[in-house]
Design a protein around this ligand. Structure first.
Ligand code: UDP
Length: 258
């Protein structure tokens, strides 16, 4: 791996490096966990490796059903090759069940079913702590055009329907999740694609039977067992970590009668 490659951007949980070809980047998953606008910070060993695998899995499935994304392929334990996009400065949250900031803001009990899936937009700004904004703000300030916003909402609902079914099939309720979108420039063309990551860091995932939290709320709420919870999500998705695969390839002692 080229250690002298240029770092394009460093965020809370990921680093972006320049990629091997123009128009590509390498997305590196760190073990850092942060919450409450970085007031809470911890290194959780192994988190980055699992998120790289889970996000790879989700983005591959999205690419397969024709949802455009920035994802090209996973490179190694912590890194994936992605297309360079211009990030639209919005965190797009889709909610199916009341939880987190929605429960607080509107006084809804966590776990209450919502009348329908709800899309929210937050303006990406650390200084302002990602304020909730409306479509009016987004188009008036030019963060996205009305056409882009239409595309974002259609894609967000499609991803929500697909992922809700995918997770329900493995006994997990997709309570809510956050997505980011980017502009992909292809010659004269520009289109909106799903970017960033989709992992237990950016989703609320509850076990259908027990309501056990299998997501970053384990860190936010000091519940412990974060890596084990993320591993459980990976296991149910049928993802084996490279270590598991190595262990499986070990010779197995076969007992005989003699
Ligand atoms: N989320 C995220 N990054 C953020 C804020 C929220 O990935 O900076 C995700 C979060 O994991 C949850 C959903 O977006 O799945 C909704 O989060 P909420 O608005 O309830 O905020 P929180 O309770 O996390 O402050």
């Amino acid at each position: 791996m080229n250690k002298n490659r240029r770092r394009v951007y460093e965020g809370k949980a990921k680093i972006l490096y320049e990629g091997p070809e123009p128009g590509t980047l390498v997305q590196h998953f760190k073990d850092d966990a942060t919450a409450f606008n970085k007031q809470k910070h911890q290194i959780i060993e192994g988190k980055g490796v699992i998120n790289n695998r889970i996000s790879e899995f989700v983005f591959n499935r999205l690419n397969e059903i024709g949802v455009p994304t920035h994802f090209i392929r996973r490179l190694n334990m912590r890194e994936q090759l992605i297309r360079e996009v211009e990030i639209i400065p919005l965190e797009v949250v889709v909610r199916n069940v009341a939880a987190g900031s929605l429960s607080k803001r509107l006084g809804l009990e966590e776990g209450a079913a919502l009348p329908r899936s709800i899309i929210e937009f937050y303006y990406k700004s650390d200084e302002l702590q990602d304020p909730l904004v409306s479509e009016e703000h987004i188009t008036a300030f030019g963060w996205a055009t009305p056409q882009e916003l239409d595309d974002i909402m259609a894609l967000a609902l499609r991803v929500n329907d697909f992922l809700s079914g995918l997770f329900l099939g493995i006994g997990i309720r997709l309570v809510d999740f956050k997505m980011e979108f980017g502009r992909l420039y292809e010659g004269e063309m520009v289109r909106v694609v799903v970017a960033d990551e989709i992992s237990p860091d950016s989703c609320r995932l509850w076990d259908v039977q027990t309501n056990e939290k299998l997501d970053k709320d384990r860190f936010r709420r000091d519940l412990g067992g974060l890596v084990e919870a993320y591993q459980e999500v990976a296991r149910r998705l049928g993802i084996l970590t490279e270590q598991d695969q190595r262990e499986r390839k070990r010779p197995v002692l076969v007992k005989t009668d003699r």
